[in-house]
Design a protein around this ligand. Sequence first.
Ligand code: HAM
Length: 426
Amino acid sequence: MKVQIPRGVQDILPEQAGLWRAIESKAADICERYGYEEIRTPIFEYAEVFSRSVGDTTDIVQKEMYTFQDKGGRLLSLRPEGTAPVVRAYVENKRFGHPVQPAKFYYIGPMFRYERPQAGRYRQFVQFGVEALGSDDPAIDAEVISLAYRFYVEMGLKNLQLSINSLGDKESRKAYKEALIAHFKPRIGEFCEDCQNRLEKNPLRILDCKVDRDHPLMKESPVILDYLNGESKEFFDKVLRYLDQLQIPYTIDPHLVRGLDYYHHTTFEIMSTKEGFGAITSLCGGGRYNGLVEEFGGPSVPGIGFALSIERLIASLEAEGIRIPTEKQTDVFIVTQGEAAKDYSVLLLQQLRSLGLKADRDYMDRKMKAQLKAADRLNSKYAAIIGDSEMERQVVLLRKMDTGEQREIPMSRFAEEFQRVVGGGA
Ligand code: HAM
């Protein structure tokens, strides 16, 4: 049987892993500058964690979750997103009582959705996300948005568009829901079965439907911004004012409702506007979720966050022709001839590596010339050559790979001396 990788997932081979690591470390770095601390939650949770928060009428919960029963009969799901688990952990660990407030978390890890795979859409993908819990200051909305935006800018992306909308508070959403029901009800028979079911339960989800997106009623649907009450309007205006102050350009998109149920007030997405980037242009999505902490049995604590996938970031870097330097270099490759030299290289490698140097040797029984080629392929700065004559005289011939310059160093002090050579850039 030929074993293949499942559809919608990918291997990250050593040639790409450097880029992933560089991106992940940049993400951690910007989070630390903004005062966000890392949190790691499990890959699977009780299915209920998502159905109750993301929403049981959403595509994610209805169609895309990897849900299974474990041997104890518990219903578990591979996490499709990171917000619900973070809020679950926040409540369970009573972080609302922690002295540092607001609680500002970030996470980087795999998420799972059973979606139709295509460019930029995977069944396992890695999200980098942040969640700030405990503040209803619109300035934190601006902070979260600016963190995501700055991250892309610092990665070098230029073709970005921030779309923003407000879903208002509970009262505004209720008024909007009623308007949507009144708008769609007379012609709901023309919509897909999912939408028909969503009409009374959650009409906002109709706006998100992939099947009926071109129905004329969609374009004429009421927009939430017309239903915001005074408080919600004021909140939204403040967020926009902060963004103006931070000189982050945005477009107000009154149709941006997002595919998850937990949002109130601010919602936003960052898109790539690069031509030829592909059909899936949304790089990052987020928003405010007042009410979610209560849903998990905690106190009334507001939250806001975003998530972006590393896969789509890499696709947009490629589309814009941006290369993140990840060049790996070996400091020294030991080239030997004969058994005695080979045996000695085992010890020498250990000495070099414990001094913090990147050192390697041949394990393929190659001739000396082929070993030097291997050193070249590994992009090694130096070769430490030990042939019969060097072994006899107890010296190592150190060759600088780019210039071919050579010198001899006694074996007894090779490791320390070499450390000085690379340290001093000689
Ligand atoms: P989301 O919009 O479902 O939001 O996903 C956020 C981001 O994850 C998307 O913008 C996209 O970059 C990436 N993404 C989603 N699905 C896939 C996929 N199948 N393949 C590759 N990338 C994908 C959330 O997940 C919310 N938890 C965001 C959030 C955090 N809201 C508040 N806090």
